[in-house]
Design a protein around this ligand. Sequence first.
Ligand code: BMA
Length: 289
Amino acid sequence: MQLQRHPANPILTTVRYHDWENRTCFNAAVVYEEGLFHLVYRAQGTADNVSRLGYAVSTDGVHFSRLDRPVLVPENEYERWGVEDPRITRLGDRYYMLYTAYSAHGTRVSLASSRSLLTWQREGIVLPDEDNKDAALFPAKIGGRYAMLHRRPPDIWLAWSEDLLHWTDHQVIMRPRPGLWDETRIGAGGPPIRTERGWLLIYHGYNRDRVYCLGLALLDLENPAVVISRAEEPVLVPTEPWERAGDVPNVVFTCGSVVVGDEVYVYYGAADMRIALATARLQDLLQAL
Ligand code: BMA
């Protein structure tokens, strides 16, 4: 089972005249609502190499219009080197975005919220005093609590919260697998997708040659610490020239997917430089699991 790349790939690239995104434009969160695809993506300019978050919108998921200015820029000492890798989850009437704050202090999992996707309110660092990233919120409470995946290297962890700000009961749920494509480090892709068989998780992993691929796992609906199934083979491997060469070679990396009808649209960063789209039928992904 392999994701199908869209023929128009890459679908979003740098803009020469935008100083904040003239070097890279990659890892994107995605929201699909009322016929619109919204992307919030990471971008860097040649002037300072600092990551900022841009916004783009589309009716077909392929052709995007974007804002001239970023929607989130570094604002405090923990963000001095950039705001990276957004992952957005809707909970009630607000969108919550987990992102990586990057600075001399290291990488911190941070939270912002919004009603519009265009203006964001910072809620703060949610996993203080530790280098962590690849955090994603589940799109519903489970057993009365919020749930989040995060990454304490090299594993994927699960944590729980009453208020989205204080997280407890941390436990490892998935580890790298020796000898396979995800033998070195793994991390969650976007927020898990609810299906009748379990939470579908698309995650990234890399091997000793640092080739980043995407794979699939299925987590129990009531207790997502239980990994029901994990596909042995990756579903997306960098093979296209623009996935193999870029700012970081041999990378496909996702921060979000949406289900449209019976298709899953997986947005992914290619070689830390461009945004691409790959799709699959939801039933085929579940079949692979
Ligand atoms: C991770 C993050 C991602 C990046 C990936 C591959 O640690 O920095 O933004 O896409 O590495 O370089």
